[in-house]
Design a protein around this ligand. Structure first.
Ligand SMILES: Cc1cc2nc3c(=O)[nH]c(=O)nc-3n(C[C@H](O)[C@H](O)[C@H](O)COP(=O)(O)OP(=O)(O)OC[C@H]3O[C@@H](n4cnc5c(N)ncnc54)[C@H](O)[C@@H]3O)c2cc1C
Length: 413
């Protein structure tokens, strides 16, 4: 059995792949250019969102897209300067709006999300890290009965797939969370969702466990994959140094497509920006993650403060953050938490690696025997990291479980 594995990318997916491979007996090195904990998950809502399985391409979305171009305060926006570059991705995205595709994608996502907590419990339990996940579920708030009725088909689809969505009144939501406004019309409790305790420590604690278990980290930019014929031999760093490897796992998030293009694989991934503001002294406390349906963002009680995170902004990979998007969420969050204090917030931006069909890529790279890809998790990277790591470890060790992996193939684009 070849032993030395390089995992390129130390975000949440990379670190979970590294840990699962380490558990399977491999010697693993992570190559990451930034300090641990600073990947996209740092800016996330941190929900292990079991039933967040309905793809972004759901009905009505494309009809609204032209309006979003001119509405910087909406939950989804497209940077005008990036539009031409994004067009090929959007054409494929449009192909996934048919009801039959929505239903198939939801099913394929649910096969992964429904085992997410089991895989996290097993992984974190082994390293004594079970307390990295909070025990409470997540509540979603609706302004009006009409808003709720619009979301009803999504909830019904979730229930049909076996997930738990419990309807409560706005007042009942406020009884559970006394700091939230009492005049929301409706709410749902996503009873099978959980939140992580901190969007940074979740990844740094797992990274520490990986190092304590004998793993190593090289903090450097990788420039390309080295290969001979159908075999990778290692990776080359930006400074010219080479790292040899028997197996390479690509977990470079939205940047993975840049690494696979010279290998002949065009992965369709865009880095969809999301923003967070973290308040260490918010003046209010929450026991649950709370989603504001109309605003399309979440509020999460982390150890390090209260985080307000969301927004879907399509922009080129090299686009600078537009911090106005973070500020809009903060402004809107006062509707939910009237007593929220918004001084000294820390703003963060993360790029969700999103495929046109909202499904991740968990596969061996076409035409290569020893390169594997784990990316494209979009809005579900926190949820699916442990599961993805397990599936990658199964693929690498040649012991695929009983999961049909066809929907997650790299060659599907
Ligand atoms: C606002 C927001 C809210 C979210 N909420 C949730 C949520 O509630 N639940 C959920 O499940 N998900 C959520 N997500 C999505 C989730 O955060 C992402 O899907 C996930 O973090 C992606 O992880 P990743 O490891 O694939 O990518 P990344 O975190 O981007 O990691 C890739 C890493 O590769 C490194 N890298 C890239 N290229 C190179 C190179 N050439 N050399 C060296 N290193 C390289 C990068 O530095 C980076 O650290 C949210 C995201 C955002 C932005």
């Amino acid at each position: 059995m070849p032993k030395n594995i390089v995992v390129l990318g130390g975000g949440i997916v990379g670190v979970c792949c590294a840990l699962q491979l380490q558990r399977a007996g491999y010697t693993v090195r992570i190559v990451e250019r930034n300090p641990p904990g600073e990947g996209a998950a740092q800016a996330s809502c941190g929900y292990i969102a079991a039933s967040e399985v309905i793809p972004l391409s759901k009905p009505g979305l494309l009809r609204k897209a032209p309006g979003w171009l001119f509405d910087p305060s909406g939950p989804l926006t497209i940077r005008q300067s990036s539009l031409m570059g994004l067009l090929p991705w959007f054409l494929r995205f449009a192909g996934n709006t048919r009801p039959s595709r929505i239903s198939q994608i939801s099913h394929d996502l649910s096969r992964l999300t429904s085992r997410a907590m089991v895989d996290y419990r097993e992984l974190l339990g082994q390293f004594g890290l079970s307390d990295l996940i909070q025990t409470n579920p997540v509540i979603e708030l609706y302004e009006t009965e009409k808003d709720f009725d619009r979301a009803r088909p999504d909830h019904e689809m979730r229930r049909a797939l076996g997930f738990q969505v419990d309807e409560i009144s706005g007042l009942q939501a406020a009884e559970r969370e006394p700091e939230i406004a009492k005049d929301f019309a409706k709410a749902v409790v996503f009873s099978d969702w959980r939140s992580i305790v901190d969007s940074e420590r979740f990844v740094t604690a797992m990274t520490d466990a990986f190092v304590s278990g004998g793993g190593s980290i090289t903090m450097a930019e990788a420039s390309h994959i080295l290969f001979e014929g159908s075999m990778a031999t290692g990776i080359s760093l930006a400074g010219g140094e080479k790292i040899e490897a028997d197996i390479v796992i690509l977990c470079a998030g939205a940047w993975t497509k840049q690494l696979t293009a010279p290998l002949g694989s065009k992965l369709r991934i865009e880095g969809v920006c999301g923003y967070q503001t973290l308040f260490a002294d918010p003046g209010v406390s929450l026991a649950h993650g709370v989603i504001y349906a109309k605003g399309g963002f979440g509020i999460t009680p982390y150890e390090s403060g209260l985080a307000i995170s969301g927004t879907i902004e399509f922009a080129n990979l090299d686009a600078e953050p537009d911090w106005r998007r973070a500020d809009i969420l903060v402004k809107k969050s006062r509707r939910i938490l009237p007593k929220l204090q918004t001084t000294n917030g820390i703003r963060r931006m993360g790029r969700r690696p999103l495929t046109p069909d909202t499904l991740p890529i968990i596969d061996r790279l076409p035409n290569f025997e020893n390169i594997f890809v784990a990316t494209g998790h979009g809005q579900l990277g926190v949820t699916l990291a442990a599961t993805t790591g397990k599936l990658i470890a199964d693929l690498v060790s040649g012991h695929p479980g009983d999961m049909d992996m066809a929907a997650y193939r790299a060659s599907r684009f």
